[in-house]
Design a protein around this ligand. Structure first.
Ligand code: C2O
Ligand code: CU
Length: 710
């Protein structure tokens, strides 16, 4: 059995061996970063001619990063060697063998026999590692006893504990005028210290940083008039129905305290709207907030004038005013709605809801016993309640506002009770400002069946779901063993200061599995990976475009100004390595204190040099184009960006040059640091539309552009 599994994984990886050339030849100008995804092997003492490279490749899968359930990034190693002499020329050896080990060299693990040329090795999942090539007496050697020939270190090993320079910097007090006395406003709201995540150390200079912005939290002069937040309600809308939706203020109890937050119709999350595919409904929005707002219907290919983007498709709705949205739903799937004004404030304060568009096909999904619709979020609190937002410009403009309380449907501690053998269909939407989750139900089998705009070509087994802000995934989970199964977020945190990875584990909820078995047995259908013939046929119509050359590109990068000296220095030292995904806020002070006035996140068209709102791409309706997204490694701070295209749908064809083999229509794609992705964009829906990063603080720090479909 074991042999079959590893053989299958090698077969799976073989298209990669044939097609990917990330680390061979000269670096492509708009390719993935070699510095982050290739290892140059160095000859050992006395070895003359041998050389080689290791690609940190990706096995095609449903997500743009390959991650284990416990959060380790997993790479398919592709080795290219040349100049190896016969093993016997080094002594009594008969083969070359590749090994991997942590930098401390405990647990040296055999990867396999290698020769000159290209070899695809098994997948590995280590934070930091070394690759060793040795000459061995036997090709079946299980321990490294022979002569070392080549070696290389993973890019992550460049992260090191601080040197004297960093400590000297950090010990100095920052006094650049960015401190708390810069807080104007005259009322009682002040910046205090940002809450500290566990496991993280901050230098004294970082602790003195404060955002140079006026702090903002919603207020109500007469709190007794503010309603208490209610749980979400399901609203079924049929053709031509009208829904009244009010964005207003609510009180929300939290740990014996009361938070003032926002809500649609007083509910957290906002009402769950359910419509039939093809229906048309009217939504009457009333703005009962103290600031302008709009509603964007994320992922829905509706008429442009109802897309909810201020100054592009409508005027923002002023406090006390209304706007009428007429919505149509051409695609089945799980969507969501949120304001398109200062998402870093409004969405974070609770303005979000799901929209379920039902297919007329009764067998659209393979069978499940029940459905659960989960909105994943986090919020940032300290002993005074919610940490204030920046009034005119966002705080947390570098990495986004990571919360310190994880929420499912607005609450910590989700719970569900099921019978033994029950299959649950979970609709997952990430509505957090910046956090990418790596979700799993340890002990239960899970398959992914759909994403943003409908079903995958075929279902796929997954250990975990990697979901970035605004993405959706639909998974089927079967609970076979009585007892408790946790819904967990398991990731690797990165302590930037000490160059150290550490486990972060959060339980978002618990599923209680009763010992009584469920009546209808779904063992067979659950155990089968179904192909969606209709989706496959729809996607097949685009095949002829998939091998076309890249039509356009977008480079994702960053510029900064007036950042405190300390922040600049530390971040420059830190830029020796960027982890593909920043799973959590482990630079809390520096990140918090950086505002949208200091940080400009950029979408750049390399063909014209234009950036952000100076870009206005034009398509003709029906155009199908290949767009390459490149997340620039040589930026001040490289991190992942979930990139969203409004009003259209696209396929993610390849990531870091590795083609995907199981496609799904998407509206948001996660670009890991230093990565490149090719998407096939179908310009099907006329109008003026946005492209932007869905990290709320990046969007509020300028990371957006426009395209027009005629
Ligand atoms: Cu959900 Cu413009 O975004
Ligand atoms: Cu971003």
């Amino acid at each position: 059995m074991k042999i079959v599994v590893s053989l299958a994984s090698i077969l799976l990886a073989s298209p990669l061996a044939a097609q990917s050339s990330l680390c061979a030849g000269d670096e492509a100008p708009l390719g993935a970063s070699r510095d982050l995804y290739c290892i140059e092997l160095v000859p050992a003492v006395g070895i003359r001619s041998a050389s080689g490279r290791v690609e940190l490749g990706r096995t095609p899968g449903p997500f743009t990063v390959d991650v284990t359930a416990d959060g380790h990034l997993r790479y398919t190693l592709v080795l290219s060697l040349s100049g190896l002499a016969r093993p016997a020329s080094h002594g009594g050896y008969s083969a070359y063998v590749a090994w991997v080990a942590p930098p401390t060299m405990e647990h040296v693990q055999r990867l396999g026999v290698v020769t000159n040329g290209r070899t695809v090795l098994p997948r590995i999942a280590l934070d930091k590692f070394v690759i060793l090539i040795s000459a061995e007496a036997s090709a079946s050697a299980t321990e490294m006893n022979g002569r070392l020939i080549l070696r290389g270190m993973s890019p992550s090993t460049r992260l090191q504990p601080p040197d004297f320079m960093q400590f000297a910097l950090g010990a100095a007090r920052e006094d650049s005028g960015h401190a708390h006395h810069a807080t104007p406003g005259g009322d009682s709201l002040r910046w205090t210290m940002v809450p500290m995540p566990e496991n993280i150390s901050m230098l004294p200079a970082e602790m003195t940083l404060r955002p140079n912005a006026v702090p903002y939290l919603p207020r109500e002069s007469d709190p007794s008039r503010v309603p208490l937040v209610q749980p979400r309600q399901l609203v079924r809308l049929t053709n031509r129905d009208t829904l009244r939706l009010t964005a207003g203020i609510v009180r929300r109890p939290f740990k014996g305290d009361t938070l003032t937050m926002f809500a649609f119709n007083g509910q957290h999350p906002g009402p769950l709207l359910q419509v039939a595919q093809g229906a048309e409904v009217v939504v009457e929005l009333t703005n009962a907030l103290d600031q302008p707002t709009t509603v964007h219907w994320h992922g829905i290919r509706l008429d442009n004038q109802f897309d909810g983007v201020p100054d592009l498709t409508q005027r923002a709705v002023a406090p006390g005013e209304r706007f009428t949205y007429r919505l149509r739903f051409p695609d089945a799937g799980i969507y969501w709605y949120h304001p398109h004004v200062r998402e870093d404030i409004q969405q974070d304060l609770g303005l979000y809801g799901n929209l379920m568009v039902r297919s007329p096909r009764p067998d659209y999904f393979s069978p499940a016993h029940r459905e659960e619709v989960l909105m994943l979020d986090d919020f940032l609190v300290d002993e005074n309640g919610l940490v204030p937002f920046g009034q005119a410009t966002p705080t947390h403009a570098l990495m986004g506002r990571f919360g310190n309380v994880l929420l499912v449907n607005g609450e910590p501690g989700y719970s569900l009770s099921v019978k033994r053998g029950e299959v649950v269909r979970f609709f997952l939407t990430n509505v957090s400002n910046t956090r990418t989750f790596n979700l799993s139900f340890p002990g239960a089998r899970m398959k992914v069946v759909a994403s943003d705009v409908g079903n995958y070509e075929r279902e796929a087994w997954v250990e975990s779901v990697v979901i970035s802000p605004a993405e959706r995934y639909v998974v089927h989970v079967r609970f076979d063993t009585p007892g408790e199964v946790a819904l967990m977020n398991r990731v690797r945190g990165l302590d930037h200061l000490f160059g150290r990875f550490f486990p972060e584990m959060d339980t978002l909820g618990t599923v209680r599995v009763e010992s009584e078995a469920i009546a209808r047995n779904l063992t067979t259908s659950f155990g089968t990976l179904r192909t969606d013939v209709a989706v496959r046929a729809d996607i097949a119509r685009y095949r002829r475009h998939m091998s076309r050359p890249v039509d356009r590109a977008l480079v994702l990068t960053l510029e900064t100004q007036n950042l405190p000296f300390f922040t600049r220095q530390i971040m420059q030292l830190d830029s020796i390595y960027f982890t593909p995904i920043e799973w959590s806020g482990t630079m809390p002070g520096m990140n918090w204190a950086a505002t949208g006035d200091q940080v400009r996140w950029i979408l750049r068209d390399p063909a014209t040099g234009k950036e952000n709102m100076d870009i206005d791409w034009t398509f003709r309706r029906g155009d199908v184009e290949k767009v390459r997204l490149v997340n620039e490694r040589r930026s001040f701070h490289g991190m992942q960006h979930p990139i969203h295209f409004h009003g259209q749908r696209f396929l993610v064809l390849a990531v870091n040059g590795v083609p995907n083999t199981n496609l799904v229509w998407k509206d948001t794609v996660l670009l890991p640091a230093g990565a490149s992705a090719d998407i096939l964009l179908e310009a099907s829906n006329p109008g003026r539309w946005m492209v932007h990063c869905h990290i709320a603080e990046h969007l509020s720090a300028h990371m957006m552009m426009v395209f027009t479909v005629h």
